[in-house]
Design a protein around this ligand. Structure first.
Ligand SMILES: [Zn+2]
Length: 232
């Protein structure tokens, strides 16, 4: 590379550093967060293609979910966790857009989800959204919609009250705690639609289940679920 060009590149890197979020190399495209080598190491689940995958099974007998899936397995201290932390706690929306685009690419490749009408981000409680400044699920939806041209409906479902941290509660008390948390603010917008509820991670599915319960009351509704990550 000619010296001048190389100097310019170094200079723009100083102003706008752009490195792989995992290994730190700078050999990656402007819109990417991971270099090709790190990207290929992300653990895909293949769930979007697979009927009866573990997420769908988790909802059997709890909620009537048309199709459900997650893009990647979530493991501790992984690249995926690193990107999620950047999205949720470091104000890094680009990480969320990137994860959304990867998820959107997978969704667009499967016919199981092709008749989805709307993307609906799982609402965050307003206190948390105020603290963070945004809802990470809405950012992921933006990324999905960049690749998979589906409209995003942000405020049709809302969260009514603050729930305490649920980490140390068992499933039953979690469920009781989640009751009546969600409300539909715009029934008309959702009537007779197939909606895709989107969140960052699915663990027990209790929150998504509670949200689906509120949406279920709308006439003609079909509910599917997509998340970036799945924890075992
Ligand atoms: Zn890398």
């Amino acid at each position: 590379m000619p010296l001048f060009k190389s100097y310019l590149k170094d200079f723009s890197h100083l102003l706008f550093p752009h490195n792989c979020a995992c290994c730190g190399t700078d050999t990656l495209n402007e819109n990417e967060q991971l270099c090709l080598r790190c990207f290929t190491l992300l653990p895909e689940t293949g769930f979007f293609h697979a009927r009866g995958n573990p997420i769908e099974k988790a909802f059997y007998g709890r909620q009537d979910i048309a199709n459900a899936g997650a893009a990647y397995y979530f493991t501790k201290d992984s690249m995926l966790q690193h990107l999620m932390v950047r999205l949720k706690y470091r104000n890094d929306k680009k990480a969320g857009i990137y994860l959304g685009r990867l998820t959107g690419a997978m969704l667009s490749e499967t016919r199981r989800f092709h008749d989805v009408d709307l993307l609906v981000p799982l609402p965050l409680n307003s206190k948390k959204e105020q603290q963070r400044g945004y809802n990470q699920a809405a950012i992921i939806c933006e990324g999905i919609a960049e690749i998979w041209r589906k409209p995003v409906l942000k405020n049709a479902v809302v969260r009514k009250r603050f729930t305490e941290t649920q980490t140390h509660q068992n499933r039953i008390s979690r469920w009781q705690n989640m009751e009546d948390v969600f409300a539909v603010a715009d029934k008309e917008a959702l009537r007779s639609k197939h909606i895709l509820l989107v969140d960052d991670v699915v663990t027990t599915g209790a929150t998504l289940e509670a949200c689906a319960s509120a949406i279920r009351l709308i006439e003609g509704i079909t509910i599917s679920i997509a998340t970036v990550a799945y924890t075992i």
